[in-house]
Structures are given as C-alpha cells and as structure tokens.
Design a protein around this ligand. Structure first.
Ligand code: PRP
Ligand code: ZN
Length: 200
C-alpha cells in the first residue's frame, strides 16, 4: 500500500479528491474518517492539516503527499517534489494598509510584519536587505494591520478578496505557489512501482 497524505479540509481538499477520481481511484467515505482505503488501487489516503504534511512525508508516516509548495518551502523538510499539480495557485505576498505610501521594498524597513510564514518572510527580507520585525501568528493574518498588531501582513493571496475586505494592498510578491506532489526520499521498491502507476 502506498500511503498518501492530503489536506483534511480547506482549499486543496476538493481538488485532491477530484484528482483521485480522475485517476479512477475509488475511495470509501472521505475525510470524516481521517483515513480511507481505495477499493481498486493499492493506496491508502490520510487526511491531515496541510501544515503537518511535509513532516509526515519526511518521517515516512505517509509515503507521498499533496500540499502547497509554499508549505514545503516554509517547513524546510528534505522531501522531494516530483509533480506540479496545477491547482491551488496562489502567491505569498506582503500587504500594507491602502492608505500607506509605498514605493519600494525599503519602505518595509523597521515595520512589524504579521505572518504565519516566518522562514519565508525572513528569507525574503534578507534577500532584499531590509530590516523588519516578524510577528508570527497562525491565522487571521490580514486583520493584524487593522487592529494595531502589526504594520503589514504577509499571507497567501489567491483571489485577493481577503486583502480587499481588510483594506490592504499587495505590495511585494515573495513567491508563487501551487499544489505539488511530494514524496519521501526513501520509498521502497514496491512503493516506487505503485507511485509510477499512479503518475501514469
Ligand atoms: C488563505 C490565506 C488568506 C486567503 C487568501 O486562507 O490565509 O487569508 O486564503 O485568499 P483570497 O485572496 O482568495 O481571499 P484560507 O481561506 O485558506 O484559510 P486559512 O487561513 O485557515 O488557511
Ligand atoms: Zn493550513
């Protein structure tokens, strides 16, 4: 059995399930169980929080996973990205209040940036030679500037509606991301065989 980790609920869930369907893989009743075995293909699907997927694939709890590339890069786990899936497209962007004058990346100097992507923001700031304070929070990042918790936010942007409703404007794109298929680096020969069939 090849063990596959996918998101339990959220933006990647539906498309991940759809992908199995399109491959002709029939799963029994979905994410309520947190684990599902296919009827007609040697795979078992585990439903996890997306943030945990790189760790589980690295540890071998799952052999492969479907997750946003942004999560893999943030976690820095030594796993392999073997296929870009073309859904879940988004960008990790820095946003500031609409009223703020913003010309260059240097305008971030000395600001406090709220994000759940500490490592990626740190890397971005270092590359741009900007000193700013990173305030790590795990969610609702876009409200941080409006409630005085931070001066700016750095979060995923897809349609941009979250930014809009929070009175923010996107000023820097840190990285572009999409859902990818990742694998543990030490798959057994048997599982490599199943993976090849799956990719086909
Ligand atoms: C993500 C992200 C943004 C929002 C951006 O959150 O954290 O808040 O989507 O999307 P938009 O540009 O289309 O508005 P999500 O809704 O996935 O929930 P989460 O914060 O629980 O991950
Ligand atoms: Zn998440």
């Amino acid at each position: 059995m090849l063990k596959i980790a996918i998101q339990k609920s959220g933006r990647l869930y539906e498309d991940s399930i759809k992908l199995f369907k399109e491959c002709g893989i029939e799963l029994n009743n979905g994410n309520k169980q947190l684990k599902s075995v296919a009827y007609n293909f040697p795979v078992e699907v585990y439903f996890f929080r997306d943030d945990d997927i790189p760790q589980y694939v690295y540890d071998g709890v799952a052999d492969i996973g479907i997750v946003g590339e942004n999560v893999i890069l943030e976690k820095g786990k030594d796993i392999e990205i073997i296929y870009r899936l073309g859904f879940g497209r988004c960008r990790l962007s820095i946003a500031v209040p609409k009223s703020m004058t913003y010309n260059t990346v240097n305008d971030l100097e000395g600001l406090k940036i709220a994000t759940s992507y500490y490592s990626l923001v740190q890397k971005f700031l270092a590359e741009k030679n900007v000193n700013a304070e990173i305030h790590e929070i795990s969610g609702s990042v876009e409200i941080a500037p409006g409630i005085g918790l931070a001066d700016a936010s750095c979060d995923l942007v897809s349609s941009g509606s979250k930014l809009f409703t929070n009175g923010l404007k996107e000023v820097e794109v840190g990285l572009r991301s999409e859902a990818v298929l990742c694998t543990n680096k030490n798959l057994s020969t048997e599982n490599k065989g199943i993976l090849e069939k799956l990719l086909l």
